[in-house]
Design a protein around this ligand. Structure first.
Ligand SMILES: [Zn+2]
Length: 285
């Protein structure tokens, strides 16, 4: 293993722990690409072999040849799977359940993996700010059709801002999340709706317990099409009786945040304190 791991990642990959079901970043991911070992970056699984088992963890019915080693679990009953290169713990493999023709289910902890997307013909980028970027990212990263998210800073007057400087609230930046998505799989409108459903967009001084201009609610629009979609969603909310403090502004340069902020909740094995989901638009989830 050669990548720096968080305590939670160590608990799973080194000490053979298990993440809680239905919490992982990749459980429902359907984008095409390859899943690599979080610890040593060896390619382990391909998206073509991923299937819905509804067990709460990413499931694959095959592995990259030679990349995954099966060992008898310490419980003497199950079969543990580890990365062949670094021996990092991945999960368990089950046979004879009848899910797919290969009759095999690699039940893998999402946090043991890092997804690398194939070059998709057409992707788009969107930029949302709704307070603490850890929480904003947690929800946006889990939308089907989203390939990748990054947390960072935008909208201020300083080049190369860092976390400490932005936290002073004096640079004009907001904490935000860049979303790379496949427009043929998820619409910009759907992203906007989930953005509104996962934070208190009526709050004018920050988000939840995080107070300050760096935590304001804002949508950065790339073009007039995005802007009209975002404004239409706001109009819908106002028609429903909500006060909307969210600013809709033009595009701004995105400065990625420090590595330890990326996918924070996933890598720490935690869930957001600052954002919760509430169903406003009555979409089918
Ligand atoms: Zn590995």
């Amino acid at each position: 293993m050669n990548k720096p791991l968080t305590p939670f990642e160590q608990r799973v990959l080194v000490h053979k722990g298990t993440e809680p079901p239905h919490t992982g970043l990749y459980t429902n991911l359907k984008a095409s690409g390859t899943y690599h070992c979080k610890a040593c970056d060896a390619p382990l699984y391909r998206s073509a072999d991923k299937f819905d088992s509804h067990c709460g963890w990413p499931s694959f019915d095959d592995e990259v040849q030679g990349a995954v080693t099966r060992v008898t679990d310490a419980d003497g009953r199950r079969t543990e799977i580890v990365c062949s290169r670094c021996k990092g713990h991945l999960g368990h493999v089950f046979l004879g359940e009848g899910f797919t023709q290969k009759d095999t289910r690699h039940c893998v902890n999402s946090v043991s993996l890092r997804f690398v997307a194939d070059n998709v013909a057409r992707t788009k980028e969107a930029l949302f700010a709704s307070g603490c970027f850890w929480g904003t990212e947690y929800f946006l990263a889990r939308i089907p059709g989203v390939i990748k998210t990054s947390v960072g800073y935008a909208g201020g007057h300083l080049e190369n801002p860092d976390y400490e400087t932005v936290c002073t609230g004096s640079t004009g930046h907001v904490e935000c999340v860049q979303v790379i998505y496949e427009p043929q799989k998820v619409s910009y409108e759907a992203l906007c709706k989930l953005f509104f459903e996962t934070h208190n967009f009526s709050q004018t001084d920050g988000q939840g317990p995080d107070i300050g201009s760096q935590y304001l609610s804002r949508i950065f629009c790339e073009d007039s099409e995005e802007e009209s979609i975002a404004r239409a969603v706001v109009t819908k909310l106002k028609d429903m009786g909500y006060d909307v403090a969210t600013e809709i502004v033009g595009t701004a340069k995105f400065w990625p945040a420090e590595d330890y902020h990326q996918n924070y909740y996933e890598r720490q094995g935690k869930t957001p304190y600052c954002h919760v989901y509430r169903n406003i638009f009555d979409r089918k989830k």
